[in-house]
Design a protein around this ligand. Structure first.
Ligand code: ATP
Length: 239
């Protein structure tokens, strides 16, 4: 693990007059997976949406490598190295697998590296290579999740914001995706902010975790310590 990549300080954000997130502080280092945990409605999705510019922060600071991200337009976030894979996956079902993946690298000036990144994604997900010319709507839930993740990776992000990757997936596929994240972290220094309902799975792959309750950070710790904290698990994590 090296320096701080993402720094969030005093972040307040929401959809109307009343904020959903209150004074959130958070750090993600390069090569680190940080799980964002908490009950339904705690503000996990809102946090990711605020970091990627979809929800406007009303106070606080968001910086990537010390560069301010507040006010950066959502479509420019990817240029700064942030890729957001939303819940529900956002695959364009009318396009082929290959077209969906190429969308992830369209903005890149380094065309040669964009092609390399595409090849790497096909190596990471052989099932996508097999279905290269098939339409998005023909894919299973697990394949769509891989496609959404693959499309994000084609942009060579430094920080991946990943919302509920296990939603609707068989445990075997979830385990495969989480193992892949760990591998990318170790091999490429990818940093991940992971929102995941399945707390056990999330803590099995994360280095650290933060727990949100009603939009406040109630605790932060290493994944191992969060797993061992029975009182906290009962109070906020439901197991
Ligand atoms: P879940 O696991 O259910 O997705 P979450 O922790 O991700 O929960 P959010 O989806 O961020 O929580 O929701 C936090 C709060 O913000 C909730 O009270 C929710 O009703 C509210 N909220 C979410 N999206 C919107 C929206 N588009 N407009 C208004 N309020 C919203």
């Amino acid at each position: 693990m090296t320096g701080k990549l993402l720094t969030v300080e005093g972040l307040t954000a929401g959809y109307g007059a009343a904020p959903v997130l209150h004074d959130v502080d958070l750090t993600v280092h390069q090569g680190e997976i940080v799980a964002v945990l908490g009950a339904n409605g705690a503000g996990k999705t809102t946090l990711l949406r605020t970091l990627s510019g979809l929800v406007t922060a009303t106070a606080g600071r968001i910086a990537l490598d010390g560069q301010d991200l507040r006010g950066v337009r959502v479509e420019r976030m990817v240029h700064r190295g942030i890729a957001h894979v939303p819940e529900g996956r956002g695959v364009v079902t009318e396009l082929t697998v290959d077209e969906n993946l190429r969308l992830g690298g369209l903005w890149r000036r380094d065309r040669a590296d964009a092609r390399r990144a595409l090849d790497e994604v096909y190596q990471l997900f052989p099932v996508l290579a097999q279905r290269r010319d098939g339409a998005g709507h023909q894919l299973s839930g697990g394949e769509r999740q891989m496609l959404a993740l693959g499309r994000a990776l084609v942009g060579r992000p430094r920080l991946l914001l990943l919302d509920e990757p296990s939603l609707g997936l068989a445990p075997r596929i979830t385990a495969q995706i989480l193992a892949l994240l760990r591998d990318l972290r170790d091999r490429t220094g990818l940093a991940v902010l992971l929102v995941e309902q399945n707390v056990r799975s999330a803590l099995s792959v994360a280095d650290r975790g933060v727990v949100l309750s009603l939009g406040h950070v109630v605790t932060r710790n290493t994944a191992a310590d969060l797993r061992d904290d029975t009182a906290l698990r009962h109070a906020y994590l439901g197991f």
